[in-house]
Ligand binder design. Structure first.
Ligand code: PEP
Length: 251
């Protein structure tokens, strides 16, 4: 049985006051969602604050990005060692905004995935196709290529300690959610593809759906056989919506 996981990606949003209000508002919904893991990924500058605010709660947290290096002359970066010191459990890697806006290739994503994992964090590997690729019926080939880059680099067994987030790029921040049927068919394909390398790892790995999930769409999406929760952007900044999404993961 895979534990459902609902993770908020706050992207480049927040102030000290709004972070405090948001975390405080999530304490009770997280406490009530027995069996569901709840996590948030704030901008790194708020990690110290989130560390304090989440103490003694059921809320876990992670970073939205990590550098491939652990230390050195890399101005502006944050190392996985630092993220670990600030209590992060997770780090996103390969988010489509990093792939497109920061030119992160599959090779860079694979190297970061390894650095995150080797330094004691759980990588949340984001994969997914663009609208053009979706329309050209290339979804399955795209996710396979993105997964293969990591499998080649770190091995299939690395997924025993990782999370996958399937996020169709055309659904991120657009208000267009993949239908539960489309999402389930891609999730099932991802699991079947991984099973070709290890049936055991494939059966156990959590595969989250991401892309305009809201309180209204969460329960049906998360009710699909191969969808183990969600990675949530916009709606994770709205406490009531995010609480409904968390509740939707409690099947
Ligand atoms: C995301 O950025 O990971 C995401 C899924 O965003 P949104 O929920 O806003 O589409």
């Amino acid at each position: 049985m895979r534990q459902p996981l609902v993770m908020g990606n706050w992207k480049l949003n927040g102030t000290k006051a709004s972070v405090e209000a948001l975390v405080k508002a999530l304490v009770e919904p997280a406490a009530k969602a027995e069996g569901v893991e709840v996590a948030v990924c704030p901008p790194v500058i708020f990690l110290g604050l989130v560390e304090k605010l989440t103490e003694g709660t059921r809320i876990q947290y992670g970073a939205q990005n990590a550098d491939v290096h652990t230390a050195g002359a890399f101005t502006g970066e944050n190392s996985p060692v630092m993220l670990k010191e600030f209590g992060c459990k997770y780090a996103l890697v390969g988010h489509s905004e990093r792939r497109t806006l920061h030119a992160e290739t599959d090779a860079v994503v694979a190297a970061k995935y390894e650095a995150i994992q080797q330094n004691g964090l759980v990588p949340v590997l984001c994969i997914g196709e663009t609208l053009a690729q979706f329309e050209a019926n290339e979804t399955k080939a795209v996710v396979e290529t993105q997964l293969k880059a990591v499998i080649d680099h770190s091995g299939i067994d690395s997924f025993a300690n990782a999370v996958i987030a399937y996020e169709p790029v055309w659904a991120i921040g657009t208000g267009k959610t993949a239908t539960p049927e489309i999402a389930q068919s891609v999730h099932a394909h991802i699991r079947a593809y991984l099973a070709g390398f290890s049936a055991d790892v494939a059966a156990k790995v959590q595969i989250l759906y991401g892309g305009s999930v809201t309180g209204a769409t969460a329960a049906e999406l998360f009710g699909q056989a191969d969808i183990d929760g969600g990675l949530v952007g916009g709606a994770s900044l709205k406490p009531e919506d995010f609480a409904q999404i968390i509740a939707g993961a409690k099947q």
